[in-house]
Design a protein around this ligand. Structure first.
Ligand SMILES: C[S@@+](CC[C@H](N)C(=O)[O-])C[C@H]1O[C@@H](n2cnc3c(N)ncnc32)[C@H](O)[C@@H]1O
Length: 269
């Protein structure tokens, strides 16, 4: 067995059930924290099997387990911090972060409903340390009838919105009323797992810079379809027409897109 996390899964004296594919994902995501004194929180303890995995893989980490079931308190005797509460409650998370304010990794393996996964994301992301991760497991539930899906407000749709949100850091593209783009630096999608990487420093406002080196005035052909030379000459001459040129350029790109993208339609099916 070449995956150490899988080995710890089998070694645990407590029951756990996991998708086999998750082990390589966890190794990829968590290896950076090996031998670091981080705090890892897992939502959803159940029989305690996965707590053992994290403790073995990250021996220097503080491991906190959260479950709605008070029975899970029994795992405190094994050296874990156990908090009993509802991941769907904003008050729970407020109290939690008042007590534990230095969290690096959160693994959400709780109830897997849209509201539990979204509430956990919105309540936890602003509190995670820079370089930290929110790992949400079993996001395939966003496609399952048993979980009230498909639904406009599923967790996977929330995650897709975050893609737009982080791209809106680029000036003047758009803006959401509710945004997490001062916290989320990147998003990773695996089968059944979504990962939000937190880094406030790297989320800084995006600006375009040059290196001020020798400019050979080589024509940039990226925008050649916008306006042709003849059109540019006319627009250049007449100042008033510069605005029109811009609008005309947009019109031309749209037109170009409509024509040239038709053949790609099949890739969106
Ligand atoms: C899939 S099990 C966790 C399995 C465990 N992580 C493992 O890998 O062995 C889900 C757990 O989430 C807990 N849970 C369900 N809804 C919850 C909620 N709203 N808040 C906190 N925990 C919840 C359940 O009690 C259950 O123990």
């Amino acid at each position: 067995m070449n995956n150490i996390i899988k080995k710890y899964f089998y070694e645990s004296e407590n029951f756990s059930i996991k998708h086999e594919k998750y082990f390589s994902v966890y190794e990829k995501l968590l290896s950076r924290f090996k031998d670091k004194e981080i705090t890892l929180v897992e939502v959803g303890i159940h029989n305690g099997g996965s707590l053992h995995i994290w403790k073995k893989y990250l021996p220097k980490a503080k491991i906190i387990g959260i479950d709605i079931n008070e029975d899970c308190k029994r795992f405190e005797k094994d050296g874990y911090i156990i908090e009993i509460g509802n991941q769907n409650s904003e008050e729970f998370w407020e109290k939690f972060f008042n007590k534990h304010n230095n969290v690096d990794v959160i693994i959400d393996d709780g109830g897997h409903t849209n509201s539990q996964q979204i509430n956990t994301a919105v309540c936890c992301i602003p509190h995670l340390n820079n370089g930290g991760l929110l790992i949400t497991e079993d996001v395939h539930c966003s496609y399952m009838h048993e979980f009230g899906n498909p639904n406009k407000f599923s967790f996977i749709n929330f995650s897709k919105k975050i893609i737009d949100d982080i791209n809106f850091k680029f000036p003047n593209l758009g803006r959401f009323k509710y945004s997490l783009n001062d916290y989320i630096y990147s998003v990773q999608f695996f089968e059944s797992i979504v990962v939000f990487e937190i880094n406030r420093d790297l989320c800084h406002f995006n600006k375009i810079i040059t290196n001020d080196k020798k400019n050979h005035n080589i024509k940039d052909l990226r925008y050649d379809f916008k306006t042709n030379l003849f059109e540019r000459q006319i627009f250049k001459k007449l100042k008033i027409l510069r605005k029109i040129n811009r609008i005309y350029g947009i019109f031309k790109i749209r037109n170009f897109n409509n024509k040239s993208l038709k053949k790609f339609k099949k890739y969106f099916k």
